[in-house]
Write a protein that binds this ligand. Structure first.
Ligand SMILES: Cc1ncc(COP(=O)(O)O)c(C=O)c1O
Length: 447
């Protein structure tokens, strides 16, 4: 097959999301209420989430219908294309075939809109008027601002300070979609003030920004919280990516040998690979690779333990691969990958060896990003470039002919200051010592 693009029709947008919890060959450790030390109850989440999302979070039902109003907004950009990176293959002189699912065609430039639209819809339906959230590099903040604007909800975004400074244009886009954007840590919340007291120059982290947004939502009746990754319902909404990919690979006459996604909290990776997990259980030869930065290596160097999802310990305890909730990663340009933990579902699959993980340093990631941009023409987001790095490795590791598919989670048109630095030879790698990791893990809560 010579085609470069595999395009579905609007009628091919899946009618239901796929819930991998229905097909896991093991029991998923439940989230724990840190007060009672007992498994979390639905009521524990009511102060910050709508009922429909709490039900999805705890559901083991295999298929969950996508509401018509959500599918109608999806139709603005979905189905997204599956593309063959033939020029990259030629450049690498590989016999392997490399495909990428292009989620960068969404209005805000990344996969994050798949869940933002769903979350805004359910909150609106249940009478909420405003949503507070965090954002790392700004992709999630933009997606939620866009979604809230679509459904007439207010939106406040706590943006990690280092990204607030590095990526000002994402802020502008959030403003266009009527959101308020605040650099985190901020003076707005108790969690933010406490951090600033001990470190006035703190550059922020996703863990801190989550604390600020959760605190605000918990204290305001009309305000809920929305998370851009990690939680089961967020990963559920992303499975539309993998389901479309399955149809498109059929069109291409392909069966994947290797599936790859970058991992921050785990949502774009899960979106691509969860629909293939049943296949992986039947055919263990299928390789599934989660890719993270060496500066924030939760899957490759963290521990599989119960930990808080945020820095100020406001969230339930979740069992996940973690570097410790107080870990503040170095200010790498892939801001969306600077999270101390990883989703419980992805972590459990890693623990069961159904997926593997790899970490790459920032310079190598940018080399891969620029190779992709020069061959395929699209500028990847630095987060996405981690997946490209692993795809290049998989294609060149040996002489075998393989079908490699990765998730092109977002474009990097608003990450150009990072590319400027790379082209000027000004990109640093950060070494994370075993002592630093051990110190950070020493704050794990005792259960
Ligand atoms: C383009 C892009 N890819 C990947 C990620 C990582 O997040 P997740 O692991 O939830 O997909 C982000 C997070 O902001 C992102 O913006």
């Amino acid at each position: 097959m010579n085609d470069l693009k595999f395009i579905l029709k609007e009628k091919d947008i899946p009618l239901a999301w796929y819930n991998v919890a229905a097909d896991l060959p093991f029991e998923l450790p439940p989230p724990i209420n840190p007060g009672t030390k007992k498994p979390l109850q639905k009521d524990d989440l009511k102060a910050i989430f709508p009922d429909s999302l709490i039900n999805q979070e705890m559901s083991t039902q295999r298929w969950i219908e996508i509401p018509g109003a959500v599918r109608d907004v999806y139709r603005l950009w979905r189905p997204t294309p599956l593309k063959r990176a033939r020029n990259l293959e030629k450049f690498l002189k590989t016999k392997s075939r490399i495909y990428y699912k292009d989620e960068s065609v969404s209005p805000t430039g990344s996969h994050k809109t798949n869940t933002a639209i769903a979350q805004a819809y359910y909150n609106k339906k249940e009478g909420i008027t405003r949503i507070a959230t965090e954002t790392g590099a700004g992709q999630w903040g933009m997606a939620l601002s866009f979604a809230c604007n679509m459904f007439g909800l207010g939106c406040r975004v706590y943006m990690v300070k280092v990204s607030f400074q590095q990526k000002p244009f994402r802020k502008t886009l959030m403003h266009i979609w009527n959101a308020e954007v605040i650099a985190s840590p901020s003076e707005n919340t108790q969690s933010g003030r406490k951090i600033l007291e001990s470190d006035p120059n703190c550059q922020g982290s996703l863990g801190i920004a989550i604390s600020e947004a959760v605190e605000e939502a918990a204290q305001n009746k009309n305000t809920n919280y929305a998370l851009g990754s990690v939680l089961n319902h967020v990963l559920l909404h992303q499975t539309i990516i993998g389901m479309e990919t399955q149809k498109q690979l059929k069109m291409a006459g392909e069966k994947p040998d290797c599936l790859i996604g970058s991992v921050g909290g785990g949502s774009n990776f899960a979106g691509l690979v969860f629909p293939f997990i049943k296949e992986k259980i039947k055919h263990p030869k299928l390789k599934i690779i989660a890719v993270e930065p060496t500066a924030c290596p939760s899957l490759t160097r963290g521990e599989y333990k119960y930990d808080f999802g945020d820095t100020a310990s406001l969230t339930p305890l979740i069992k996940m691969f973690t570097l410790g909730h107080k870990f503040i990663p170095a200010g790498i340009h892939a801001g969306g990958l600077r999270y101390h933990g990883c989703s419980p579902l992805v972590s459990a699959l890693a623990d069961q060896k159904l997926i593997e993980s790899k970490a790459y340093p920032q310079k190598q990631v940018f080399e891969a990003a620029v190779a992709f941009a020069r061959t395929e023409g699209i500028i990847p987001a630095p987060e996405t470039a981690h997946a490209i790095c692993a795809a290049i490795d998989a294609a060149t590791a040996d002489k075998k002919e393989k079908c490699i598919v990765f998730n092109f989670s977002g474009h990097g048109f608003l990450d150009l200051s990072a590319y400027d630095k790379f082209l000027a030879g000004d990109i640093q790698d950060f070494h994370l010592s075993q002592e630093e990791i051990a110190k950070s893990l020493s704050c794990l809560p005792k259960l």
